[in-house]
Ligand binder design. Structure first.
Ligand SMILES: Nc1ncnc2c1ncn2[C@@H]1O[C@H](COP(=O)(O)OP(=O)(O)O)[C@@H](O)[C@H]1O
Ligand SMILES: [Mg+2]
Length: 353
């Protein structure tokens, strides 16, 4: 028997953990030596221990015996990495092919409540009956784990057709993925440039989202190369810009909007969300104090010719619920209603009824 014939026989050895694909198809047969007095098959395993390794070795041996090969011997080697170092990571566009709308949540600067809006919008969309995922692409300050009470969760990875797929964390009816799940708590994330942008792409393109109506992407604040590559390579369809009403924010918002409108990116701006639009004390729910200026967001929207999608007040409970990992949009108060209203607008503007 030739080694090619032996290879054909080995197709009978199915990997029960991989949808019963066979070891040949899975590229696990590293070497076959057919000698006069013995047959040696070498199976390759990834660095990560395959729990079915013993089973596969036994099944391979049994198959060789069944076909009358002399003194079969099964050896194993561990491959340093499942993919050769010079081969770029294969990111699956197929992972996002079942996502209807990918929306970027952007802001001119940090601390304006971009993540707060992203998380609450995600929850509100899910409450409205949509299938929703959120990718926390803010490498500088991933806050989604804290805001959703999923800190310490460790996403599982699965090998599918030789490609690693990450399973998102599900809570509150939303699928969450954050770079924060992979970094030790309080460890500073100092990724920059190409490294950050590869990590971010993985966060979206290597995740098994399943079918989604909306994938929200909490983008890093500001404008830069990361935004360009994220938008183009992930295929962000449209953008929501979050801002506070201050005059000083206008220049940043303008920069942000014009970046997405730039010829090379050219993505529609769904609208502006004015966060911290006014302050309402818990004990005086009818009062409004315009501490960052009045109607700043509305004026920005007008001068930039974009829609003002929502005005979210500065209320203590929004901050508290964020810190507690229980988004306010889960509740029934007026602030939850504001996010549900925003969700309705987003669905309408992306024309999902
Ligand atoms: N409308 C709001 N009312 C009260 N606190 C808010 C509001 N929006 C955001 N915050 C708080 O402000 C801080 C910054 O918000 P965050 O969403 O993390 O901003 P960003 O993602 O833009 O950096 C957080 O502590 C958050 O809880
Ligand atoms: Mg943030």
């Amino acid at each position: 028997m030739t080694d090619k014939e032996v290879l054909q026989l080995l197709r009978e050895v199915k990997h029960p953990g991989k949808g019963s694909k066979d070891i040949v198809e899975l590229d696990m047969v590293n070497n076959i030596e057919v000698l006069a007095d013995k047959t040696v098959v070498t199976l390759a395993f990834g660095k990560k221990r395959d729990p079915l390794a013993e089973y596969l070795i036994g099944a391979t041996r049994a198959t060789l015996i069944r076909h009358g090969l002399p003194s079969p011997e099964v050896r194993t080697i561990v491959l340093e990495d499942e993919r050769p170092a010079n081969k770029p990571l294969e990111l699956g566009k197929d992972m996002i092919s079942s996502i209807k709308h990918i929306i970027g949540i952007a802001s001119g600067k940090g601390g304006v409540g971009k993540s707060t809006v992203a998380v609450n919008l995600a929850v509100a969309l899910a409450r409205s009956g949509f299938k929703v995922g959120l990718a926390d692409a803010d490498v500088y300050g991933p806050s989604i784990p804290t805001m959703t009470g999923t800190e310490g969760a460790l996403p599982m990875a699965e090998l599918v057709d030789g490609k690693e797929e990450i399973i998102p964390i599900e809570k509150y009816g939303v699928k969450w993925m954050s770079i924060g799940y992979f970094a030790k708590r309080k460890q500073a994330l100092i990724w920059r440039g190409p490294m950050a942008s590869t990590a971010l792409k993985q966060l979206v393109l290597q995740v098994n989202w399943g079918p989604l109506d909306f994938l929200l992407v909490d983008m890093p604040p500001g404008t830069g190369d990361i935004h360009l590559s994220l938008t183009q390579e992930i295929g962000i369809e449209s953008v929501i810009v979050v801002t506070t009403p201050q005059n000083v924010a206008l220049a940043d918002v303008e920069k942000c909007v014009s970046m997405f409108r730039n010829e090379s990116i050219n993505r529609p701006i769904l609208g502006i969300v004015e966060n911290m639009a006014w302050f309402t004390p818990a004990e005086h729910p009818d009062e409004k104090y315009y501490i960052f200026g009045r109607e700043g967001g509305a004026q920005m929207a007008e001068s930039l010719d974009v829609e003002l999608l929502a005005q979210i007040p500065l209320v203590q409970s929004i901050r508290e619920s964020g810190d507690a990992g229980e988004p306010l949009a889960l509740g029934s108060g007026p602030d939850a209603a504001a996010f549900l209203n925003l969700a309705g607008l987003v669905a309408e503007k992306t024309s999902i009824k």
